[in-house]
Design a protein around this ligand. Structure first.
Ligand SMILES: [Zn+2]
Ligand SMILES: [Zn+2]
Length: 373
């Protein structure tokens, strides 16, 4: 208990919300991946950031949002105890914001390896055949995306067909039977539109369109449970729809893109800079904001993204995320944050600077453009 209190105090020092009252936890959000491909992998401390993914737990519901590279491993690491029945990797409901690879790269792992954990009765994990299909909600095909979520999952099914086949043939002790239902993605994949897409055990998930052009359709999500609310932006340029659906939210996990416009205009146009964010949410602030999907320019850190947001006039509560950080939305609308490893690890991760130079970035971009010609 003493240790918990000490952590809470330190987190308060960092500018994170902390609570010491009788508020009870309503919903938890575990950040499974707060990084982006390539860019900040050059900063040693940021190599530990997985790509996009977060897990929401509300009542009996456990819902995964996005499944980028590293998310499967972090689902395993995020278990709160060694009891297999509590394994977060047993999650069987996934909501995909858009079909960029940094949001789907671990779906194949979750679909195939995760089947080992998907049991009707969690106590059966590791002892009897898995029987629950992976349910997936995601965008359909669009103007620039020939394959939607449904077809993508059929392709995963084809990719793992030999694995499933051989496991069905040789179901010896300790092995897993993959039933038709387990591998049946035909009935367990839903292509979504804006609106309520899930409502079960008091938990509602609402999808809303974001502007991540040319990747379209792209979505953000809002989760409501017992009067509390959580919003995930997905990847998006500033768009009134995010503000609309984040209105009154207790917690908003939002992407952020730190490069100036002249250092990669195309990418800038489908993400949100700290200054854009400050402007966009200057009115109608969520009660707590946590940045994810952080793109840090050379020589800068996640902390610098926060400082820029504040310098641009944002006065609400805001923090930078870290992998395996647990955000708990409480009954009094406060959000309590616990970083894996505590405040010191959190500080180190968010102070780590991108180590490439602008010249190196510019050269890489020029090379890429030359190849495209
Ligand atoms: Zn994207
Ligand atoms: Zn992304």
């Amino acid at each position: 208990m003493k240790k918990l209190l000490a952590t809470a105090v330190c987190m308060a020092c960092l500018g994170l919300a902390s609570t010491a009252n009788a508020a009870t936890p309503v919903m938890t959000v575990t950040l499974l991946g707060t990084g982006v491909p390539f860019l900040n992998s050059f900063a040693p401390n940021l190599r530990t950031r997985a790509l996009s993914g977060l897990l929401v737990q509300a009542g009996t519901e456990r819902l995964l949002f996005d499944c980028g590279q590293g998310v499967y491993s972090n689902l395993l690491k995020s278990a709160t105890s060694s009891v297999m029945s509590t394994a977060n990797v047993a999650v069987d409901k996934v909501f995909i914001s858009h079909l960029h690879s940094d949001h789907i790269a671990d779906l194949g792992a979750l679909y195939s390896l995760g089947a080992l954990y998907r049991h009707k009765n969690p106590a059966d994990i590791g002892s009897t055949p898995a029987e629950l299909p992976l349910q997936v909600w995601g965008p359909g095909a669009g103007p620039n995306q020939p394959v939607g979520t449904w077809e993508m999952m059929q392709n995963f099914r084809s990719a793992y067909q030999s694995d499933f086949y051989v496991r069905q043939l040789f179901t010896g002790a300790g092995d897993v039977v993959f039933t038709d239902q387990t591998v049946d993605t035909l009935n367990s994949v839903k292509e979504i539109k804006e609106g309520v897409i899930y409502n079960n055990n008091g938990v509602t998930v609402t999808a809303f369109k974001v502007n991540h052009e040319p990747v379209s359709p792209s979505y953000g999500f809002r989760v409501d449970y017992q009067g509390r609310s959580f919003v995930y932006s997905g990847d998006t340029a500033p768009t009134p729809n995010v503000v609309k659906f984040a209105k009154g939210a207790d917690l908003l996990v939002h992407e952020v893109y730190g490069f100036p416009r002249d250092a990669g205009a195309e990418i800038y146009d489908y993400h949100t800079s700290p200054e854009d964010f400050a402007k966009e949410f200057s009115k109608g602030k969520p009660k707590q904001v946590v940045y994810t999907h952080m793109v840090t320019p050379p020589g800068t850190s996640a902390d610098d993204l926060l400082n820029r947001t504040k310098a641009a006039g944002y006065t609400g509560k805001i923090a930078a995320g870290a992998d395996l950080m647990v955000l708990t939305i409480n009954s009094d609308s406060t959000t309590t944050m616990a970083a894996k490893g505590g405040a010191a690890e959190y500080q180190a991760a968010n102070a780590a600077k991108e180590t490439r130079t602008f010249i190196e970035v510019a050269e890489a971009q020029a090379k890429a453009k030359a190849k495209m010609k």
